[in-house]
Design a binder for this molecule. Structure first.
Ligand code: KIV
Length: 270
C-alpha cells in the first residue's frame, strides 16, 4: 500500500520548511510552501538542546499544538522524535497521538531496519515519511556528515530507500547525500524524494526555517540564508531602546485617556 498524499511532479518541486511556533505558522501558512513541518530540530534550534536525541514526545506535542493553531490551509508534518518508535506498537501509538493532535504526516528516521515499523504506521492509515542519509537522531551531534559517498554506502542507501518505499511511505527525505547518488535514487523511486543538502535532483527540498530566515550564521554549507532576522531583531530592539531613551516612544496615540473631571477627582482622593 503506497500513500499518494504526495506525488512526483517533474514540473513542480515539493517545498517544506520547519516551523516551531504559532506566529511563524501563521506566516508560513500564507506562503507558497507545500508542507509545514514541526521537525525535531526544534531541540537544537529553539530549545537550546545539544542534539535531536534530547527531544521528547512532549516537546513535539507542545510545539505541534502551537503550530496547528496557525496552520489552516497547508499540510502539516511532524517528526516522531528519538526513542518513540522502537517497536511497531510504540510507533503506532505515538504516531496516532501526533495525528490526533493535528499532524497530517508523521516522519521517522531509518532505512530497511525500520521499514516494518513504517509499514505498521502506514497500515494504521497515518501518512508517513521516511528519512535516510544523515540521521540527526542517531548521529549524536549537530555536525552534518555526508552519507553514501562510496559505491557500497550508496547501494545500501538505495536499498534503504527501496525498503521504505515498499513499506508504503509517501516520500523519503535524503539528508546529506551526494547529489548524483540522490539523483539515481530519485530516478528509481516511484515516491518523491525530499532533499536536504543532497543537491538539486530530488523531487522536493526541505530546510530549517531558522537557517532560511537567518537566525543563525550559516551553520551548514548546504543552507541558504534568505534574510537576516538575527541582525534585524537587534536593530529593532535597539531602535526601541533609543526611542524610549529620547522620549519618542510612546506617543500620544499609543496611550489611553481619562476625562479631566475623573482625573481631578482621582487626584483629590489620593
Ligand atoms: O527536524 C528536521 O529539521 C529535519 C530535517 C529534514 C529538516 O528532520
Amino acid at each position: 500500500m503506497t500513500q499518494t498524499i504526495l506525488q512526483k511532479n517533474p514540473h513542480k518541486k515539493i517545498t517544506i520548511l520547519t516551523c516551531y511556533d504559532f506566529p511563524t505558522a501563521r506566516a508560513l501558512d500564507s506562503s507558497d510552501l507545500d508542507i509545514i513541518f514541526v521537525g525535531d530540530s526544534v531541540g537544537t534550534n529553539v530549545l537550546g538542546y545539544r542534539s535531536e536525541m534530547e527531544v521528547t514526545l512532549e516537546d513535539m506535542i507542545h510545539h505541534l499544538k502551537a503550530v496547528r493553531k496557525g496552520v489552516t490551509s497547508k499540510t502539516l508534518m511532524v517528526d516522531l522524535p528519538y526513542n518513540t518508535y522502537r517497536s511497531k506498537g510504540e510507533a503506532v501509538k505515538n504516531a496516532r497521538l501526533l495525528k490526533n493532535k493535528g499532524a497530517n504526516i508523521v516522519k521517522l528516521e531509518g532505512g530497511a531496519e525500520i521499514a516494518a515499523i513504517a509499514q505498521a504506521i502506514v497500515a494504521a492509515k497515518i501518512p508517513t515519511m521516511g528519512h535516510i542519509g544523515f540521521q540527526p537522531q542517531i548521529a549524536q551531534t549537530a555536525k552534518r556528515t555526508v552519507v553514501g559517498a562510496s559505491a557500497e554506502d550508496a547501494v545500501s542507501l538505495y536499498e534503504d530507500a527501496r525498503a521504505l518505499q515498499q513499506s508504503g511511505v509517501c516520500a523519503v527525505v535524503l539528508e546529506c547525500v551526494p547529489e548524483m547518488v540522490a539523483k539515481e535514487i530519485t530516478d528509481r523511486l516511484s515516491v518523491p524524494t525530499i532533499g536536504i543538502g543532497s543537491g538539486k535532483y530530488t523531487d522536493g527540498q526541505v530546510l530549517v526555517y531558522c537557517d532560511v530566515v537567518g537566525w543563525y550564521n550559516l551553520p551548514y554549507r548546504f543552507v541558504k540564508r534568505y534574510d537576516s532576522f538575527f541582525e534585524r531583531t537587534i536593530t529593532a530592539a535597539n531602535r526601541f531602546v533609543q526611542e524610549v531613551d529620547h522620549d519618542l516612544y510612546p506617543q500620544r496615540n499609543h496611550g489611553f485617556r481619562i476625562k479631566a473631571d475623573q482625573l481631578k477627582s482621582f487626584k483629590n482622593s489620593i
